[in-house]
Write a protein that binds this ligand. Structure first.
Ligand code: ASP
Length: 923
């Protein structure tokens, strides 16, 4: 309701003003006190129109006063003319003087007013009062935001925008002071350059040199009318391009027509202190247009209203409201007519100034509520808005208040939507490097030809397609980085190469491959959230399966152990023999039925002793056992020894044969570091290389020293070269690479193996220049793909080996396992057969010798020739159906004829021999 009433009043005022031809209304108001307000302004300005209009509006609302304006024109920057104009106004009896709009002239007019005790109001940026300089009493009034508060707002915004390095450009002395004020409140850690632009001259060489230095963030301080010229020059030298960010300090920057600069994706922001869209602002502009009798070129739209004009209007409101709220008869015209340099003063001047400082205007002002510092007369409390240039012109992105700071009004989603709108006509340049499985060139079939992005395939291509095309609906084109490098910093040239260098030269918008996010790279380019996590590990070859050995069954024990065992066997057998002869219990009655034998026998001669120890160690036992204490004790000890040795042999034999193919030479990075035979290296200049180079861990430092000093060099150009070197290196070269790449290689090459765990943990990210406006959008897309499982799907697609290759690998593995763990081939146990064969052969030989010895004895006993004895014994032995052999007694010369059967004769010899020695065991 109130609003409608206010509107009705405004419209009525406008109608009356139009009807009156823009003049004041002496004919309508007869008994109002006339109050003259002075203004020193350059001729024909919007500021004057605004000032006059505000007074007209006050006239419409005031019942007591009729405000008239007396404008004295003085050219901009002419302080002499301004002070002369001020004297003219003072002589005319003005209650307050407003203006002029340049700081030097404003100071001159302020001095004149102070002398005459007439309040002075200005609306212009003034440097902060130097420390120690006394504050005049009463203070001059300035409606322009106070310098320190404004600088703080800008410094705060720079900090909020994460700017660490920037260039400050200014083109006049006041600009330099303004920038100094900003720097006073900026983070001391920030790095900055300050450069002066020359108004109206060619600044391109300067801007070009800044571009060459890689500067991307600029704070530009210059009058609004020169902003466009500087930005155009910057654009010509490609210093106003994508990824550049500009903050324009002028509070009028949002009024500029930057249409032709908008197509660039540079981020341009500025501050404004009033809302151009506000209905009050609109009504004022309408009023200005209707009372523009001097045909001053006025803003066509509220967006073109400058701070100066807005503040002139508000100054008029401030004065009229102060007059309105002052006591009756407070302002006497005769007291106001003062002569310059005469020493005469308005007696109420000081008081009226204080009243101006404390009185809050009731009427709506364009720049919101006017709150002035009563001591300094400055406007320290004001609201500001952060404006950002987009396709549709300047848009509000945040509001600022000295007490609460910045309040960002857009959500991340809105920001990226707005930015996405900017990129619709852009084709994103995506730079990558060739390296499977991330990006490989497609091999065309006959008659086929690939163009553009179709020339490549791989994980990187699919991922970028998902992000840019499927998620953000943007166009992109792939290119391969010259040199195919990841990106390393060259200390001599002080330049980055590879993908990082390409981004820094602004030749691409995004870089994607297995590009590791490192601290050093992150200081120069921006990264998205990692799309893959990994760590450094070691790639090595599996050992070749060992040659099968005939006597591998001997391996569980070393040669020494076998020798010691043999010696122990002989010693124990001998000991048993000796002890048995000493032990009374081992001398036994040979004929148990004969209670009083004439002689005792001891069976533990050396043969039986050896037989017992042999039976024990072979775990077979023996049918004869000792009876003496000492001999039983020796036996017990020997059995214990046999038990341990047999179990150790059995256990070790199984383990030994199973692990025959397993190599235990290198199991970790420590093992690599501790030896010099096997060489190892990384990709030259990559993040793995940098990891070792910069490491503080002693093992890795040691490895780095070994790698660096190795001849021939152990560093390779890329992963493929490293893998090739490992495969051909006959286990003399190990390649240190990232676990994801190892995973990929292990899927395809069954001769390769990963040694040890991960040495660190990191991730691959998509890189882009700093301040890329699409960073958030790309980052969000990566997160979205990760959450939906798309990243995993892509990884499986490109990592898993094709069916046929995988099968081959599985088969190979099975083969190896079969050879090592499951079965033992003839080649592994052949030796045992050989031993058996040789043993049997020796037994046969011994049998033959024994037989021949027996023949000789039979021949002697039976008084036969050895040949006859041999034939007879052999014939009997081969008569397999004969199971009994008659005992033949030795032939006396008389009985020799009756014993004609040679076999029976031989048998009797054997029997008599057996009786002689009483060898029960051989019975
Ligand atoms: N991915 C690594 C890089 O970005 C390459 C490596 O060192 O293995 O540099």
């Amino acid at each position: 309701m109130l609003q409608q009433w206010a509107w009705a009043k405004v419209m009525l005022t406008v109608i009356l003003l139009v009807g009156n031809g823009g003049g004041t209304f002496p004919n309508l108001v007869v008994d109002k006190q006339i109050i003259t307000i002075g203004a020193v302004l350059p001729p024909n300005t919007v500021t004057e129109v605004a000032f006059r209009s505000a007074l007209d509006r006050a006239n419409m609302e005031s019942e007591k006063y009729q405000f008239t304006v007396q404008v004295a024109h003085a050219p901009f920057g002419d302080s002499f003319a301004a002070s002369k104009a001020a004297c003219t106004l003072l002589a005319g009896g003005v209650v307050t003087i407003f203006g002029p709009t340049d700081p030097t002239s404003a100071s001159a007019v302020e001095a004149k007013c102070r002398e005459a005790g007439i309040p002075h109001i200005q609306a212009v940026w003034r440097p902060p009062r130097p420390r120690g300089e006394p504050q005049p009493e009463p203070p001059g009034i300035n409606l322009y935001p106070e310098a320190v508060a404004l600088s703080k707002a800008l410094a705060h915004f720079i900090k909020d925008s994460d700017w660490n390095t920037y260039t400050l450009l200014y083109d006049d002395d006041l600009g330099l002071i303004r920038l100094q004020e900003i720097l006073k409140h900026a983070d001391p850690e920030h790095k900055w350059f300050v450069r002066r632009l020359l108004p109206g001259e060619d600044n391109r060489p300067l801007l070009k040199s800044l571009k060459a230095l890689g500067e991307t963030r600029v704070i530009l301080d210059c009058p609004p009318e020169r902003v466009v010229d500087y930005l155009r020059q910057a654009r010509e030298v490609k210093f106003f391009e994508d990824y550049m960010s500009y903050i324009i300090t002028s509070l009028d920057a949002h009024t500029l027509d930057l249409d032709d600069l908008r197509i660039n994706l540079s981020n341009v922001t500025c501050l404004r202190i009033f809302d151009n869209e506000d209905s009050i602002t609109k009504s004022y502009l309408y009023q200005w247009k209707s009372r523009n009798t001097e045909n001053v070129p006025l803003p066509t739209d509220t967006h073109e209203i400058t701070v100066e004009a807005a503040l002139a209007s508000d100054a008029a409101r401030l004065i009229t409201d102060a007059v309105e709220s002052s006591p009756d008869d407070y302002i006497k015209q005769e007291e106001l007519e003062l002569e310059c340099n005469s020493g005469s003063k308005w007696p109420n001047g000081e008081e009226f100034t204080k009243h101006l400082l404390t009185n809050r205007p009731v009427g709506k002002t364009i720049t919101n509520e006017i709150v002035l510092d009563e001591v300094t007369g400055q406007r320290t409390v004001f609201n500001a808005e952060v404006m950002e240039l987009s396709n549709s012109g300047f848009n509000k992105i945040a509001t600022w208040n000295p007490e609460t700071g910045f309040d960002y009004i857009r959500s991340a989603g809105q920001t990226s939507d707005l930015l996405a709108e900017k990129w619709q006509n852009k084709t994103f340049k995506v730079v990558s490097r060739i390296g499977a499985p991330y990006l490989v060139e497609r091999v065309p079939e006959e008659g086929q030809e690939f163009f553009g992005n179709d020339r490549y395939e791989g994980y990187s291509k699919d991922l970028i397609h998902e992000i840019l095309k499927e998620t953000l609906h943007l166009n992109y084109e792939f290119e391969i980085v010259p040199g195919n490098g990841y990106g390393s910093f060259n200390k001599e040239t002080k330049k980055w190469d590879g993908l990082v260098g390409h981004l820094l030269e602004r030749k691409a918008d995004l870089a994607i491959c297995d590009l590791t996010i490192t601290y050093e790279r992150r200081s120069y380019v921006d990264f998205t959230t990692p799309f893959m996590t990994l760590g450094i590990s070691i790639l090595y070859t599996k050992p070749a399966p060992p040659e099968p050995e005939l006597f591998s069954f001997l391996k569980p024990f070393s040669v020494d152990v076998w020798i010691y065992m043999g010696a122990a066997y002989l010693m124990v057998s001998l000991l048993l023999h000796v002890l048995a002869r000493l032990a009374p219990n081992d001398w036994e009655n040979p004929h148990p039925c004969d209670k009083s034998p004439e002689e005792l026998e001891n069976i533990w001669h050396i043969k039986n002793s050896c037989w017992l120890t042999m039976g024990s160690i072979m775990t077979q036992g023996s049918d004869i056992l000792p009876k003496g204490y000492s001999t039983r004790w020796v036996c017990g000890m020997w059995w214990f020894f046999a038990l341990i040795m047999c179990s150790s042999y059995t256990a070790n034999l199984a383990a030994f044969l199973t692990n025959a193919a397993m190599d235990d030479s290198i199991k970790s990075a420590e093992d690599l570091a501790m030896q010099t035979k096997i060489k190892y290296g990384t990709v030259n200049g990559g993040s793995t290389y940098q990891f070792f180079r910069r490491s503080n861990v002693s093992i890795y430092q040691r490895m780095w020293a070994a790698m660096e000093s190795a001849r021939p060099p152990v560093f390779v150009k890329n992963n493929d070269e490293g893998v090739e070197r490992v495969r051909k290196g006959k286990r003399q070269y190990a390649f240190i690479m990232e676990s994801t790449a190892i995973e990929y290689q292990l899927e395809r090459h069954c001769d390769l193996v990963q040694v040890g765990g991960l040495l660190d943990s990191k991730g691959y990210g998509i890189a882009m220049p700093f301040s890329s406006s699409y960073r958030t959008a790309v980052d969000n897309a990566v997160l979205k793909l990760a959450e939906s499982g798309k990243l995993m799907e892509l990884k499986n697609r490109w990592w898993k080996a094709p069916e046929d290759e995988a099968e081959k690998c599985v088969a190979e593995v099975a083969g190896e396992e079969g050879a090592t763990a499951a079965e033992l081939g003839v080649s592994n146990v052949g030796g045992v057969f050989v031993v058996l064969g040789i043993g049997c052969g020796m037994a046969a030989g011994m049998g033959a010798l024994e037989f021949l010895w027996h023949i000789r004895e039979v021949a002697v006993e039976q008084k036969m020739t050895q040949w006859e004895a041999f034939i007879a014994e052999l014939t009997f032995a081969l008569s397999f159906w004969e199971t009994e052999k008659p005992v033949e007694h030795p032939k006396s010369s008389s009985s020799s004829a009756s014993s004609s059967n040679p076999a029976s004769r031989a048998s009797s010899v054997l029997r008599s021999a057996a009786n002689l020695f009483r060898l029960d065991v051989f019975k």
